[in-house]
Design a binder for this molecule. Structure first.
Ligand code: 3HC
Length: 685
């Protein structure tokens, strides 16, 4: 990490270098301070600030945020640049985010390369900008425009930034433009601190509060960002800067910032596991088997990533259905403006629909998303084995079937891997890569390469019923049903979980996916279910009554006219009836107790999953729960949250509940291991 300087005529060019994105760490700040100390320099009339490589600067180095703020601090460097007698010009050669954008705002003049991304994404890390953006940006581009960017972390391209007045010009060679900028323009350019306070815009302030409440509920930083920007019209710059800095420092050490930071780095680490040594199979042409909702979504995701796809079905009718399903997604994407007509045509040109597996003869990867039946899978894999090249990787999207049993149907099971997508497959970011007993490193590497190509978060899982995510989900739903049977209503449960931070509670979510899927799964598990484990029959009663969720107009809620949900007293009565038959005296659980039970049930199961090696790390569980199951990102994922509660507290509460039902609540051995070793879950795995 360093700051390079060189002279060009009357310009001193200062280049920030910290590959890959020039994050601004202490050494970089010290380097900039040194340049400031060296000014004025004889013959130097301007300083041109730029970045090495592809970035200007991606912001403060977030890896430093776990420790105390180190001197020199960025806000001081930024203030000194702004006040420097030798004017500074920002030559924004690539991405300028957060502190990088703040350095640019300290300069008198800003020129960016076409298409460069600029923004202040600090709220995504649970903080507000700490080096003046909330104060300088509204002065530069107006309160309304600043409110549209900082509180949601919205980034923009150079072209829009120029329209807003955030930058002064666009050039393919911003450094040269800065070096040769005429003295007159430079003299006219005032530092932002000398600009008048922005006009107060009450409507924009109210709108910004509403947007952050809706888009980023429960998060402190976005709300504080709105407040800081709103106050710029009322107080001097110095006062605003001091408030911003203190808010930044306070938030930085808070739970939300820690959690969001954890997610930021977890997400990046997931993409490149250090144990991957084999090269993946080529991914230009990929076969997808099954054109139902899942298969069509996978096919569309592949098309989005520029791949050629052969979508295989069993017969002519299936082929027609598959095409209809993919077309539906293309249409929806067109309507939402996500793709252009030309983009739609390009996607159509890259997909072939067929019932003839011979069409897939050149595919190097197949992803089976056929009906969840072992007989069906056996037949599909036999056909794939016969049609595709011997070195092609054969993947199954099965959610619940035994991947090893599927793999055993082909002569070389090392070619087989699980690729568990989440619906809608072209939107949901999680991809569980399931390692079968025989899966080769090449098969796993292919899964990771595919995840990267599709911009998904890949997480390695071992073979078990439900892998990582669905296995945790099953316990979450079991705990919900138990609470419901023993005292609450589905809407009380849902409300408690929405308060916790889920976008919807478990019952509303089931209404969306359909109660029949979980029902079929329960029937499949009948033979292997632990007879000592309590079985809650209410969901089965719902299916008998034809209440399958939104698609039948009623599930746990009613949806009159297909619209908003309405509580259904008949559903509440089902629990009263079942509890009566079972001789249960119902308890009135409060929201805290409901939340506590549902979350603890998940934590305990996740600990077993880690203990059995089904998930490799606590971090992987965090990624699965956040990116596949709606666990609030700002809580850092299930295991990060568990560590914030403390293992000892979790064990104590589980032991209390175990007195009620030891089968369900006995603490996982992994929790005991943590207690014995005095470590956190993140430390133990
Ligand atoms: N601090 C520390 N490391 C960072 C970083 C940052 N701000 N931004 C990126 N990195 C690291 C990543 O962890 C990754 O490291 P790895 O190779 O060891 O995994 C590497 O840089 C490359 O990052 P990506 O994998 O994300 O690369 P992409 O090319 O996909 O994306 C990016 C580049 C758009 C710059 C993206 O990294 C990004 O959005 N970064 C975060 C930007 C941000 O949040 N800035 C604000 C920081 S807070 C701040 O500035 C406070 C200030 O107001 C005082």
């Amino acid at each position: 990490m360093k700051v390079n300087t060189r002279r060009e005529g009357a310009a001193l060019i200062v280049e920030m270098e910290n590959a890959p994105v020039n994050a601004i760490g202490q050494a970089m700040r010290a380097g900039l301070a040194e340049v400031l100390d060296s000014l004025p320099i004889n013959g130097v009339t301007r300083v041109v600030l730029t970045g090495a490589g592809k970035a200007f600067a991606a912001g403060a180095d977030a890896r430093e945020f776990d420790g105390p703020a180190l001197d020199p601090q960025l806000n001081d460097v930024v203030n000194r640049i702004e006040r420097s007698e030798t004017p500074w010009i920002a030559a924004i050669n690539g991405v300028a985010l957060g502190g990088g954008g703040e350095l640019a705002l300290a300069c008198r003049y800003r020129i960016a390369r076409p298409g460069t991304v600029l923004g202040f994404p600090e709220v995504n890390l649970g903080i507000v900008p700490g080096s003046g953006a909330t104060q300088r940006l509204p002065r530069l581009i107006g309160m309304k425009a600043a409110l549209a960017l900082i509180p949601t972390g919205q980034a923009i391209k150079a072209e829009e930034a120029e329209t807003l007045g955030l930058i002064d010009g666009i050039s393919d060679d911003p450094v040269q433009v800065a070096v040769h900028l005429d003295e007159g323009s430079l003299e006219l350019a005032n530092p932002i601190c000398d600009l008048p306070r922005p006009e107060r815009e009450d409507d924009a302030i109210a709108a910004a509060f509403a947007v952050v409440a809706k888009k980023l509920p429960n998060q402190i930083a976005p709300h504080r960002a709105v407040e800081l920007i709103a106050a710029t019209s009322e107080r001097p710059m110095a006062e605003g800067l001091a408030d911003e800095r203190q808010t930044f420092l306070d938030l930085r050490v808070g739970d939300q910032a820690r959690a969001l930071r954890h997610m930021f780095f977890a997400e990046r680490a997931a993409k490149a596991p250090d144990w991957l040594t084999e090269a993946p199979a080529p991914l230009d042409q990929i076969a997808v088997v099954g054109g139902g909702t899942m298969g069509a979504g996978i096919a569309y995701a592949l098309l989005n990533a520029g791949k050629r796809v052969v979508l295989l079905e069993t017969d002519a009718a299936g082929v027609v259905r598959a095409q209809e399903n993919v077309e539906k997604i293309i249409d929806a994407s067109l309507k939402r403006g996500l793709i252009s007509e030309a983009g739609a045509e390009d996607r159509r040109a890259r997909i072939t629909y067929s019932a003839d597996y011979g069409e897939a003869a050149a595919c190097t990867l197949a992803i089976e998303a056929a009906f969840e039946s072992m007989d069906v899978k056996r037949e599909v894999f036999a056909k794939l084995e016969a049609a595709l090249p011997a070195e092609a990787i054969l993947a199954s999207n099965t959610s619940y079937l035994d991947l090893d049993e599927i793999a055993a149907t082909v002569s070389d099971p090392s070619r087989v891997v699980g690729l568990h997508f989440f619906a809608p497959a072209h939107i949901m970011k999680l991809l569980e890569i399931v390692r079968g007993a025989a899966s080769s490193d090449r098969a796993l590497a292919t899964g990771y390469a595919l995840g990267k190509a599709l911009r998904k978060i890949p997480v390695l899982a071992g073979v078990c019923d439900g892998f990582i995510g669905n296995r945790i989900l099953a316990r979450y739903r079991e705990a919900a049903d138990t609470v419901f049977m023993d005292g609450s209503t589905p809407w009380e449960v849902d409300e408690a979980m929405v308060d916790f931070g889920y976008a919807m509670g478990p019952y509303e979510a089931q209404d969306l996916s359909g109660l029949d899927i979980a029902h079929a799964n329960r029937r499949r598990q009948d033979a292997t279910r632990d007879p000592n484990r309590r079985y809650i029959p209410i969901a089965d009663r719902m299916v008998e009554l034809g209440k399958l969720g939104r698609k039948t107009g009623a599930g746990w809620y009613r949806y009159p006219g297909g619209n908003g949900k309405v509580e259904d007293p008949i559903v509440a009565d089902l629990a009263l009836e079942e509890a009566h038959f079972a001789g249960i005296t119902r308890t009135d659980y409060g929201a805290d107790e409901i939340r506590g039970r549902l979350v603890l049930a998940m934590i305990n199961e996740a600990c077993d999953i880690l203990n059995e090696g089904i998930a490799a790390s606590a971090r992987d569980v965090d990624l699965v729960t956040v990116f596949g199951y709606g666990f609030p990102r700002w809580r850092g994922g299930l295991m990060h949250y568990a560590d914030s509660l403390g293992v000892a507290n979790i064990v104590a509460k589980l032991e209390e509940l175990a007195a009620e039902d030891p089968v369900v609540w006995t603490p996982s051995p992994l929790l005991r291991e943590c207690l014995d070793k005095g470590v956190t879950l993140a430390e133990v795995r």
